[in-house]
Write a protein that binds this ligand. Sequence first.
Ligand code: PA5
Length: 439
Amino acid sequence: EALAPKLQAARDEVLADAQLWADGAEVPAAKQPLDAGFHLLPDRLLAELKNKGAESELARLKATADRLADSCASVVVLGIGGSYMGARALMEACCHPYYNEVPPAMRGGRPKVYYEGNNVDNDAAQGLLDVLGSDTGQWGVVVISKSGGTLETAAATRIMIRELGDSLGGDQQLADYFVPVTGTSGKLFDLSKALGCQEVYEVPDGVGGRFSVLSAVGLLPAAVMGLDIEKLLQGAADMNEHFASAKPGENVVLDYVGVCHLLEENQGCDIRILSTWGKRLEALGLWYDQLLAESLGKEEKGALPLTIVNTRDLHSRGQQHQEGKRDKLITNIIVEGFDRDPLSIGESANNQDQLNELADKTLPNILSAAIAGTNQAYLEDNRPTADLICPELDEYVMGKLLQMFMLATVVEGRLIGINPYGQPGVEAYKRNMNAILRK
Ligand code: PA5
């Protein structure tokens, strides 16, 4: 309750920032950079779809995705950081868990999706070329870089264009299989024009990399995988509405920030463990690790985010969480529903494992017991936990989660006096790397 007025003031500031950005007003120096545009994207894109139909960006994105899906057995998504992690989070959360391995019919006839340009790993890049070369179908590329100048992605792009040209028997059709998502100018933009690409998607000004998942950056790969991108945006739009209207105590964004902030201020919990259960939310957690670390890790402030996947990591990190330093807040993301029928343990004549007494229990029953048992163990030792509960996991819920975490990050930034946008600290390595390479 004591924090509620501050949370409300931080929310008001975030809403005012978005308005400032939307009005195209002059941004005071103290607020720069102001990448508040992410906040308005879901509502804008949905409204544009309603008003402009086939001419809207969403309709065009879907048409491009369907065209790629029809003509490609695989699509390679090139991008790094905010230009890649959101797409992967959506894939792991919403697609078949073995999306690339199952027969095409089990992924709705959509192409396999691979990621590159997110590292400089020679053997991994060669390995991907092996995979693409041994597949009988044609492959295509979606390259995502807002600046258009990120070396990891640019190097992969150059290599992939060469390989793609070879696989097509020449460069004439290259533009049909190569779709860029980039800023309104820059090296990738220029390259796209030179290659004759007709379909070039924009990362809007005022939408920073790690806040761009609900622009073409995340939407195009998601649509290639056949995900329902309108549902995704609707979840985010509904989260916007909730964020703006619900009061502290009933507002999931403000309450999450409040719990994190109070635990850090009052109990020194500056390590934020995002505890995902099952396997589908690991990439969302990695996306969030970047969002929080790169947004608030400035001026010697900012909590350390760390994603874990349980029950897997109870067998690796669990010991430290239960008995290590008291510097952690553990936030569980609990998904209550399951897409598939529950698998049960079942009776067996070979009861050496002594599991017959659990014969009627299912894997979801075991997971629920693990969550409750773990929370209880932390409670008994006075270790703080919070639960974020999702009724199920689909595009709508992912839209809500992504928007919730982005809003929470900017609210917390305003609360602790850190500008969440921009990442000046990332430039140091880039400068050095370029100088070493060009010596
Ligand atoms: O959050 C960010 O801004 C970064 O993680 C960028 O997304 C990342 O550095 C990639 O940048 P770009 O899209 O310009 O290649």
